[in-house]
Design a protein around this ligand. Structure first.
Ligand code: GLP
Length: 263
């Protein structure tokens, strides 16, 4: 696991975008794991700006609210089309998203796992973190071995995401379908993007705290190829900053990214 601290959120987003560009250029039929949330919006804007060739790219999204039709403006299906898919040349059949309005949710979850396998697994999975410590919608006590399934959302998450429902807490669906922690850990590479001071405490718990299902994001400590890219505000409660800076300055793998002014 490597932590890179960027001077601000714009640089953090630009660095993640650059890593993704390089991965897509190196493997045009790459399988991308995508995330939603406010953190990802500017990142997707950058991906749109660069207009790479997505004609062979496949995507799998982490999660979706249960009970929302895909066309609902609050669904993640809608979010992804609004922020990314409508603006790039991706083939519709290569977009894989969980359907929260499916009649049989268990079957939808099983099908999704099968689709990931059929695509050859996820090459690079993008992650954000919720204030409850979730990755995807893996709320506290999600098993590190969990697979795609239904989860009930915590009050913390409902409150956090209410702003995307016009500030109405009661409008936020109480349940979601999400890739499991175990599913996420099988991706060949993870990138966790975290920005803003309100994530500082949960980020420190996830990265430097004990691994525990109470903080699902701490499971990334198990992953052999995980990059955590954050801005200074999100990094405020990290203890080993000096070491992370030294790693970025000295590790040859980061050399081509030093111009981003992160450390
Ligand atoms: C939602 C998503 C998560 C995402 C989180 C962070 O809850 N299910 O995958 O990481 O939001 O949201 P934000 O970026 O808005 O803080």
């Amino acid at each position: 696991m490597e932590v890179v601290i960027c001077p601000n959120s714009e640089r953090a987003e630009a660095l993640v975008a650059e890593i993704l560009f390089k991965r897509i250029q190196a493997k045009p039929d790459i399988v991308l794991g995508l995330a939603t949330g406010r953190t990802m919006e500017k990142l997707y804007a950058k991906l749109v700006e660069y207009q790479l060739n997505y004609s062979e790219v496949s995507t799998f999204n982490l999660d979706e609210y249960i009970g929302l039709e895909r066309i609902d403006p609050h669904s993640y299906w809608h979010y992804m089309h609004q922020h990314l898919f409508n603006h790039i040349n991706i083939e519709i059949e290569n977009i894989h998203m969980l359907d929260g309005s499916a009649k049989d949710l268990k079957q939808a979850a099983r099908d999704f796992e099968w689709e990931i396998k059929a695509a050859g697994g996820i090459d690079i999975q993008l992650l954000g973190i919720g204030r409850s410590g979730h990755i995807g919608f893996n709320e506290p006590l999600s098993s590190f071995a969990s697979r795609t399934r239904e989860k009930t959302l915590t009050k913390t998450t409902l409150e956090q995401n209410a702003s995307m429902f016009g500030g109405n807490l009661h409008a936020v669906p109480k349940r979601a379908l999400t890739m499991g922690v175990g599913t996420i850990l099988e991706a060949r590479e993870l990138i966790l993007l975290v920005t803003g001071h309100e994530k500082a405490e949960i980020l420190a718990n996830a990265v430097e705290g004990p691994m525990s299902s109470v903080v699902s994001a701490s499971a990334v400590q198990l992953h052999p190829n995980c990059k955590i890219i954050v801005d200074r505000d999100a990094a405020k409660q990290l203890e080993n900053v000096e070491y992370y800076q030294s790693m970025f300055e000295n590790d040859p793998d980061w050399e081509e990214y030093r111009a981003f002014g992160c450390a």
